[in-house]
Design a protein around this ligand. Sequence first.
Ligand SMILES: [Zn+2]
Length: 307
Amino acid sequence: MMKRNLIGLLLFSIWGTLHSQQYTGPIIDMHIHAYNQELGGMMFGMDHPNPLKNELYKGVKTPEAQKMETLKKMDEHNIVLALTSNGQLWKNDDPERILVSGRNMPLEQLRSMAENGELTAIGELNPFYRGVTADDASLRPLFDLAEEMNIPIGFHIMPGGPPSGLYHLGMNEIRVRNANPKQLEEVLVEHPNLKIYVMHGGWPYLEDMKAMLYVHPQLYLDVAAIDWVLPKAEFHNFIKGLVDAGFGKRIMFGTDQMMWPETIDIAIDAINSADFLTLEQKEDIFYDNAAEFLGLSASLIAKHKKL
Ligand SMILES: [Zn+2]
């Protein structure tokens, strides 16, 4: 009897080692949004239905709640850095953790923020919602500036918006034909020193994304939103395809938390529950790849990892 228990215990621990190792170290979230009343507008208090999973996410009602509940989730999950669109709104509340990603401001303001060390990235850029793709000439000055200042760009590529946003939310410039990651190719060729990451991973264009990563070594991606909006099996298929193709070092974690704090829990679980990832691969996605992309100092990494 004793022997059987021991064998059971042994098998259980081997299974645990091989399959469901949970990553509990520090996390970098490459894709968060801060809002004030004006920027968040009608999204405050809006619950988010997810027809792909038959779930509903509860919306926060005020800018203060959005900030406090998001920071609380970050504490809970050991999110040590958060690259935040309009992060200037939260910077003073949590200066060590919040990294500012600038958007929707004049070029000269972005330049002066970059010069003053107040800007970690430019993004989220989402001209997609206006029916404009990355290779449009109107965006060139932003890419030029980012390359010149050595500031990364986060570029939204996804066929959305929320599922069916075109119809239910009147996002009427959304077109699937503008959602392929290949739209970045000429930008990358023209800006060989530009650091850029595809927000939302280029889903569902797995094969095109592999081709882009293969040809363009400076291209990274985040898995924000697809890690909570997609059914887990589809999300896992997508990242498994990228990892199997050898691109596990270019995938960065992100949530795209906007108004729905519980999506942070779902996003983290989506990576942690991926049985095909080793603990090291999870660490790459949750922290190491972003640390490399952002060029974090060895001392800051050691501090985060408590080395
Ligand atoms: Zn986006």
